[in-house]
Write a protein that binds this ligand. Structure first.
Ligand code: PFF
Length: 449
């Protein structure tokens, strides 16, 4: 069977950027900035992305394009007969766990889009407490979040069923530029609010004393989540990439756009938070509790809210599509399922786990795993253990198991890309030495804290 590929270099980059840019940029990054001390976190994050996450992204792409196959089989093809195939299994399994709770947050975005369509935030002129109450009672209720999760996951599965070129590539090509435009528009609106300057200072004037090991660990974890590395996702997407495409150039473009999105999203949120005298440290609820309040108070807030939640949903969808694709590619290529059947099977499994996650805010909140509700447990388990182990194993694989010449050939397209040729040595050094040590240190600090 001939494998489907991306139709163009632009389409491939847009699909990968679509995977990277998601709730991680618009929801997770701004609240992490608030929790970990503003500009200090932003600065450390940027260093982590370009120093460590980018070489890890390159490693995944090298393994993916070299093997031309799904995340599970890639390790069998590149290291036949070895135990590395179990890493492939981990890479197929991790995204499915992520998808189950990612889709729950996708469902919340859908609900908030619905509220925005009804001009709910402006019409009722809510107080902050009222909006907090609305969010709290919404996520702890039974049916509304499950319906949101179901619709979100079903749309994801439908797009994946359409295939790589028709579904994933066309969706990304149209939606990613639109999303970029929307977020900039909201940031401009936010920047022109009175007192917005304080928000910008909070984001861009670092207090160096706030740089601690915990901030570095959080920034690296956020980098993995945001760039979708360590999950086999970029590996799978890179396996659909054209032989002529430059991996180095594509990965830099992906990392730059992902970081820009996160920064612009923060510029949309933080100045408004400061302008209304709110606390930036609200945590995961920042987006869903603080923003609707801001929208309810700002001129033209209803329209801004509508645009924002459309953007959030699009971003979440382009990412969830990529997460589902890893499992689908595995089932289609290894188990010979049709794309349709593969999408449906994964839909069913992740839907069930997602329902349990959603209920863990309400009726199942007493069920604790190591003291956490299921949603929090899965989030921590994937980001602290599965994702970091995935990233660690992939750099060890590319840095130590693959032949250096093969890695160089894949990265420089057989020596034809001169800029990549110059980048190769420092990048290979990071993949082989710096990244494994840094990831191990972060894993240990996560386990000990
Ligand atoms: N990187 C995406 C984001 O920032 O939202 C989404 C994502 C994809 C998260 C894949 C996790 C994952 F496994």
């Amino acid at each position: 069977m001939k494998r489907e590929n991306f139709g163009s270099q632009f389409g491939a980059i847009m699909a990968m950027t679509g995977s990277a840019v998601g709730l991680g940029n618009l929801w997770r990054f701004p609240y992490m900035v608030g929790v970990y001390g503003g500009a200090a976190f932003v600065l450390v994050y940027i260093v982590m992305v370009f120093l460590l996450c980018l070489p890890i992204l390159n490693s995944e792409m090298i393994a993916g394009r070299r093997s031309q196959t799904n995340a599970f089989n890639a390790f069998r093809v590149l290291a036949p007969g070895s135990r590395w195939k179990w890493v492939g299994a981990l890479m197929v399994f991790t995204p499915l766990v992520v998808l189950s709770y990612y889709s729950v947050i996708g469902g919340w975005s859908l609900e908030y889009l619905y509220k925005a369509v009804c001009f709910d935030f402006t019409a009722m002129a809510h107080t902050r407490q009222e909006l907090d109450g609305i969010f709290g009672s919404f996520i702890s209720s039974v049916w509304a979040p499950i319906i949101g999760h179901t619709v979100f996951l079903a749309v994801t599965a439908l797009i994946v069923m359409l295939g790589v070129k028709k579904g994933i590539e066309s969706f990304g090509k149209v939606m990613m530029p639109l999303l970029f435009f929307l977020v900039i528009l909201i940031a401009v609106r936010s920047a022109t609010l009175p007192g917005a300057g304080e928000g910008f200072a909070y984001l861009f004037k670092p207090d160096f004393s706030k740089i601690t090991p915990a901030v570095c660990a959080a920034a690296l974890g956020q980098g993995f989540f945001s760039l979708s590395v360590g999950f086999g996702i970029m590996l799978t997407y890179a396996s659909y990439m054209d032989r002529q495409a430059g991996i180095g150039k594509s990965s830099v473009l992906i990392a730059v756009s992902d970081t820009l999105f996160a920064l612009i999203a923060s510029c949309a949120i933080m100045p408004a938070v400061f302008s209304f005298g709110l606390s930036p440290e609200a945590g995961p609820s920042l987006l869903f509790e603080v923003l609707p309040f801001i929208f309810s108070q700002m001129p033209l807030g209803g329209v801004v809210a509508l645009l924002f939640f459309v953007a959030l949903l699009v971003a979440a969808l382009t990412s969830s599509i990529s997460i589902l694709e890893v499992g689908v590619a595995y089932l289609v290529e290894e188990k010979h399922y049709s794309r349709r059947k593969a999408s449906l099977v994964i839909f069913a499994g992740t839907w069930l786990l997602g329902v349990l996650c959603s209920l863990s805010f309400g009726p199942l909140s007493d069920v604790r795993i190591f003291g956490d509700i299921l949603f929090d447990f899965l989030d921590k388990f994937t980001s602290n253990i599965l994702m970091t182990s995935g990233a660690l194993l992939i750099v060890i694989f590319v840095g130590w198991k693959m032949k250096k010449d093969d890695v160089r050939n894949e990265f420089t397209n057989g020596g034809t890309l001169s800029a990549s040729g110059r980048m190769f040595s420092p990048m290979y050094f990071i993949i082989r030495y710096l990244a494994p040590v840094a990831i191990l240190v972060i894993m240990l600090s996560n386990l000990l804290s």
